[in-house]
Design a protein around this ligand. Sequence first.
Ligand SMILES: Cc1cc2nc3c(=O)[nH]c(=O)nc-3n(C[C@H](O)[C@H](O)[C@H](O)COP(=O)(O)OP(=O)(O)OC[C@H]3O[C@@H](n4cnc5c(N)ncnc54)[C@H](O)[C@@H]3O)c2cc1C
Length: 434
Amino acid sequence: MSRSPGSDRTLASFWVGAVVAAALSLVGAPLPLPLDAGLLAHVAGMLAGYLSAVMVVLMSRAPLLERHVGSDVLTRWHSKGGRLFLILVCVHAGAALGAWAQTRQENLVTALVAVLGLPGLLAATLGTLLFFAIAGVSIRAARRRVSHEAWHGVHLLTYVAISLSFIHELAGPNLAGHPALQVAWTLMHVYALALVVRFRLLLPLENAWRHRLRVEAVVPEAPGVVSVIMSGRHLDELGAEPGQFFRWRFLSSGLWRTAHPFSLSAPRHGDFLRITVKALGGGSTRIQTLTPGTRVFAEGPSGAMTARRRTRGSVLLIAGGVGITPMRAMFETLEMTGGALTLIYRTSRPQDVIFRSELEHLARLRGAEVLWLIGPSSSPELQMTGQNLLRLVPDLAERDVYLCASPAMSAALRAGLAEAGLPLRHLHEEAFTF
Ligand SMILES: Cc1cc2nc3c(=O)[nH]c(=O)nc-3n(C[C@H](O)[C@H](O)[C@H](O)COP(=O)(O)OP(=O)(O)OC[C@H]3O[C@@H](n4cnc5c(N)ncnc54)[C@H](O)[C@@H]3O)c2cc1C
């Protein structure tokens, strides 16, 4: 899968920050540097503190990150960063305890009791236990057993855990006695938190006030699938691009507490936006029965799978199941001057196909092509092998390929497209899972 230049730049700037944080941990250290447990504790501690701020920034929904890196990539980084953070905290705690015990010739239990008495250490330990509890709920197996709402609620405790650890960071040997560094470190955390408040709290409220989105109609598309058409004001100011999604909060009973991500299934038309929702769980099932007039809060737009990623004249769009929604919007709007536009649409059963007449109409209008792959995945000709894909679209290696499908189909397609000769930097994906 291609990584956007925005992702590379963002990642590079995080690495630079990590180098600075590691360098700060050496402030005041004697020369030559003693390569011991104490030094390891300092470096790991500063890196963990820095990473906790980065993790908050990654989830701040800052538009620059959401549009140029993409929510799925940010979420992946956040989950990898979370694991690294826990490792750094363990290394920091273990090495600090070991160094304390060694320099004072104490056993580990006596050292632990003494260390917990240091300023802010008890709170930091509680914060660490909270981090582990949050990680426990987030690991895949546990996550499957808890609802998204419960998982999200527990995740919000991250802010409490960071606050509990903060005093220890300022009082620790790297920053204590260096007021300028303490101020800079505090500003880093305040900045991360300010991004969250700005983009997760204030912006959705501002948008709600400015755009006054309401449900206009709910239109059945297929069994268990509806389109929700919403009207509002000044919607052009949202700058939403086909391929992007919003997090929608419908202010109706049973729905107002959760913001669900859904892609635009059509480009904005005047004062109207459309999403198309498949009933997969509690929230998406309730959306099927929304009534016109329901107020809507929209957070976004997010997502980097847009026309901006294109570098080639011809495009292949591939959709699996309800993954057709962002592709439908792009099929209408991608600029085609001289290049070809093909949509492969894969569903298991004919009744699962949505937008059939719209897609046929757009294909005629735009001189584009839709290839319908309908049937069970056991059919050899429907499998996403390189050979089958090349049979369908012989020049696919020369195109930009956009993909939105289930994790299993996406994995098969990644392998098939690579086998067919597509350089993976020309593959642009949106995953419907975080
Ligand atoms: C970027 C993106 C775009 C999407 N676009 C579409 C679309 O156009 N059409 C469509 O039908 N579906 C889309 N989805 C999937 C849709 O968001 C989920 O099916 C829906 O939120 C499930 O909610 P639920 O309460 O019905 O299901 P649940 O039973 O609560 O959960 C089913 C699955 O959805 C996940 N999920 C639930 N709530 C959320 C949430 N608030 N945020 C993130 N994940 C959640 C759960 O972790 C679980 O994996 C998209 C998902 C993402 C991430």
